[in-house]
Design a protein around this ligand. Structure first.
Ligand code: MF3
Ligand code: CO
Ligand code: CO
Length: 258
């Protein structure tokens, strides 16, 4: 699909992204000590169905593997693509990333947050805050005339100025009829490099930030990405539309009235 969306495609993206945000918002309210990540996944599946949407994750193919769940739920040292499981119980003091990607009417909306389970260590609070701030800094650079590297650079500088590191092995991406479209949006890079930003792009910007080193590895389940040094990691994501008036976050909840 083209880098620049038509007005028709943009209005469909608005719908899928609004639903993705609403699903994530409802899912986050269920997080508490004692719940399993599978409980959350099943709730996510049901909430998507209530909106007439479906998970874009379920059955998503990377190489020869198909993703077996409806959401990605990544706890503590898990960076992304945590596979929900009945054996994974959330505990007080954990941090959990919920990544919800829906398909509605042929279009994808992709968003994620990391939130505390009960009371968490101040260091983890800082990790989540810096990750959210870096997303905001990246989004701010998604303006006409800039390049993708300006987004990447803003994220990396904010994270590293705070003593954390950005994951290199996974990147943000364009999104539309497919979950992963060009351009790639790394969370590290140099100003003034990469694809030029023009109005009508829909971009999934998603910093992944580690307390320790930037290296990651994938567990034997073939999906779950964890930090190589087992340090905690946070992740957040929005789908953003570029316009002549600046970036517009599409993955926001709309009130029922609007
Ligand atoms: N939601 C993820 C992203 O932000 C991708 C999900 S991978 C899948 O790009 F395998 F779970 F589908
Ligand atoms: Co996502
Ligand atoms: Co994404």
């Amino acid at each position: 699909m083209s880098l620049i969306k038509t007005n028709e495609q943009i209005s469909r993206m608005r719908e899928s992204c609004t639903i993705a945000a609403a699903v994530l918002d409802k899912l986050r309210s269920l997080v508490r000590p004692g719940i399993t990540t599978q409980d959350l996944d099943e709730a996510g599946r049901d909430i998507m169905a209530d909106y007439g949407a479906r998970s874009a994750d379920y059955g998503y193919q990377i190489g020869s593997r198909r993703y077996p769940a409806h959401t990605c739920i990544s706890v503590n040292e898990e960076v992304v693509h945590g596979v929900p499981s009945l054996r994974r119980i959330l505990h007080d003091g954990d941090i959990v990333s919920l990544d919800v990607t829906v398909e509605y009417n042929g279009y994808i909306g992709d968003n994620a947050i990391t939130i505390p389970v009960g009371q968490i260590d101040p260091r983890l609070e800082k990790l989540i805050r810096v990750t959210e701030e870096s997303l905001a800094a990246g989004i701010k650079q998604a303006v006409t005339g800039n390049r993708i590297g300006d987004i990447s650079h803003a994220i990396q500088s904010h994270v590293e100025a705070n003593g954390f590191s950005v994951v290199r092995d996974l990147v943000g991406h364009g999104v539309g009829e497919q979950m992963h479209e060009p351009p790639e949006i790394p969370n590290f890079g140099r100003r003034g490099t990469g694809t030029k930003i023009k109005p009508g792009m829909t971009l999934a910007i998603e910093p992944m930030v580690n307390i320790g080193g930037f290296r990651t590895k994938t567990l034997s389940d073939g999906w779950t990405v964890v930090t190589a040094d087992n340090s905690a990691s946070a992740h957040c994501e929005h789908t953003v539309l570029t316009t002549d008036q600046g970036p517009e976050i599409l993955t926001v909840t709309k009130s029922a009235a609007s």
